[in-house]
Ligand binder design. Structure first.
Ligand code: HEM
Length: 441
């Protein structure tokens, strides 16, 4: 048999050092390596070797492949965190059928039916935070997006239950140290004090609560169209129901993937609008001209949509998305072997000065002046694993941002620049972005 000659790009040496650099400051690390070794480059992180690229032509190749050549990355790390029914780690036919089942829950008319509840969450949480004095935007947005996802998943009728679920979910997110997501080796108990112990304690408490809610939902004869009820009653195409373990896993995934991401993006939006008063004025003028701020009106406002897109461009919440090769892949000049991973680096693509001139500038107009291919602009990833909450999150961001900017005037408390900082797999602002309310409009 003819021997295949694999060819892999160069990259930084070592494992711990590049992993820590990536954890500490992903954009600087990725940009530095691309400059030093060229794009693509090979990174050997704790989770294994990864070929990273921000080039449109190579991202097109990666996302254009048959999904069967890919396995999810770092399942060994994710399974203990999320359980083995999470969409993040399913593969092949199981992954496809899970997406087909869940997609409609976050799209189209069903998604739009959540609009009023999203706006209500934004206004109620704003009043609650306001009553406590100065507002930390990140805390406000976390409460809003957590309540939105909790109400969407569990239904909006039982506020007391929603608050308990929010507390339990917040505790799980807070216990998610970045290292837990980078290496299974950190999943070790230590008399209740290790990050792994803290994560499991928080997860157990959330699961106990979920158990009670699922039992009540299965025993109830009252019809309900929240996502938990849809999951409890859903059947795959072959008529099979979903097991309880699997429901746990997906709920964890939706809670985890679905609120912190949106909260961080909304916080960046408020920050950049108030650092760029021209953009804030353009947005206000558009919102004022709209007349009402019903979710259906807000969702049609072009400058508001462009503001959301520009926010997700300048600060992608996930800086790179990974897939592991189950078959060799020809990536430009390189032939990559099975077992290696490939990673479109969103943060490199979004800061490419040819595609996005003056990439450091926050300029929503660029999304009105032209459109971008899904290989140039990909805040929600791409291909067969593109975020299932992309439409839902964009809709939520437009409603929350549009409502708050139209109804209130605020200013930033600090003049210091806010910079990106890693949280777990996500990257967010380095401060809570405190704001002061100037007046109601
Ligand atoms: C601004 C908010 C959000 C951002 C920036 C974001 C970003 C992403 C990214 C980058 C991926 C990986 C895609 C890939 O590997 O190519 C992803 C996957 C995923 N997201 Fe989101 N997301 C957001 C909101 C949401 C929401 C609201 C949900 C709702 C439940 C959600 C659920 C998921 C799920 C389940 C996956 C896994 C998809 C799969 O593996 O097939 N996300 N998201």
């Amino acid at each position: 048999m003819e021997k295949v000659e694999f060819r892999v790009p160069r990259g930084p040496t070592g494992t711990w050092r590049p992993t820590l650099q990536l954890i500490r400051n992903p954009r600087a690390a990725l940009e530095g390596w691309a400059k030093e070794y060229g794009d693509p480059f090979l990174l050997t992180a704790l989770n294994g070797p990864v070929v990273v690229t921000g080039r449109e032509d190579l991202i097109r190749i990666i996302h254009g492949q048959d999904p069967n050549i890919y396995a999810p990355f770092a399942t060994g790390t994710i399974v203990p965190l999320m359980g083995n029914g999470s969409m993040l780690i399913l593969e092949g036919e199981q992954h496809r059928r899970e997406r087909r089942l869940v997609m409609p829950m976050f799209h189209g008319d069903r998604m739009k039916s959540y609009g009023v509840s999203m706006q209500q969450c934004a206004l109620e949480q704003f009043s609650a935070h306001r009553a406590r004095g100065q507002i930390a935007t990140l805390d406000l947005m976390t409460d809003i997006s957590l309540e939105v996802i909790v109400r969407t998943i569990f239904g909006g009728n039982d506020r007391e239950l929603a608050l308990r679920l929010m507390d339990a979910s917040r505790a799980v997110v807070a216990s998610g140290s970045p290292l837990l997501f980078f290496s299974k080796k950190t999943h070790v108990p230590f008399f209740g004090f290790s990050p792994w112990d803290r994560w499991n304690k928080a997860k157990r408490e959330l699961f106990q609560l979920l158990d009670a809610v699922i039992d009540a939902r299965r025993d109830s004869n009252v019809p309900s169209d929240d996502i938990l009820s849809l999951l409890c009653n859903a059947k795959y195409e072959d008529g099979q129901s979903i097991t309880r373990e699997h429901i746990y896993s997906e709920l964890m995934t939706f809670l985890f993937a679905g609120h912190e991401t949106t909260a961080l993006s909304l916080t960046w939006a408020i920050y950049h609008l108030h650092k760029n008063i021209g953009s804030l004025t353009s947005l206000r003028n558009e919102l004022d001209a709209l007349g009402d701020d019903s979710p259906s009106s807000l969702s049609t406002a072009p400058y508001l949509k462009a503001t959301v897109q520009e926010t997700l461009r300048i600060h992608p919440i996930v800086t790179e998305t990974l897939r592991k090769l189950k078959a060799p892949l020809q990536l430009g000049d390189y032939l990559l072997p099975v077992g290696m991973a490939v990673a479109p680096a969103t943060v490199l693509a979004h800061h490419n000065a040819t595609t996005f001139p003056e990439p450091e500038l926050f300029r929503p107009e660029r999304f009105i002046e032209r459109s971008y291919s899904p290989f140039e602009y990909m805040p929600f990833g791409g291909g067969h694993r593109r975020c299932i909450g992309a439409a839902f999150a964009s809709y939520e961001m437009a409603i929350v941002l549009g409502t708050l900017v139209k109804r209130f005037e605020f200013e930033l408390v600090d003049s210091e620049p806010v910079v990106p900082k890693r949280r777990n797999v996500t990257i967010g602002p380095s401060t809570g972005v405190p704001i002061r309310i100037i007046r109601d409009r």
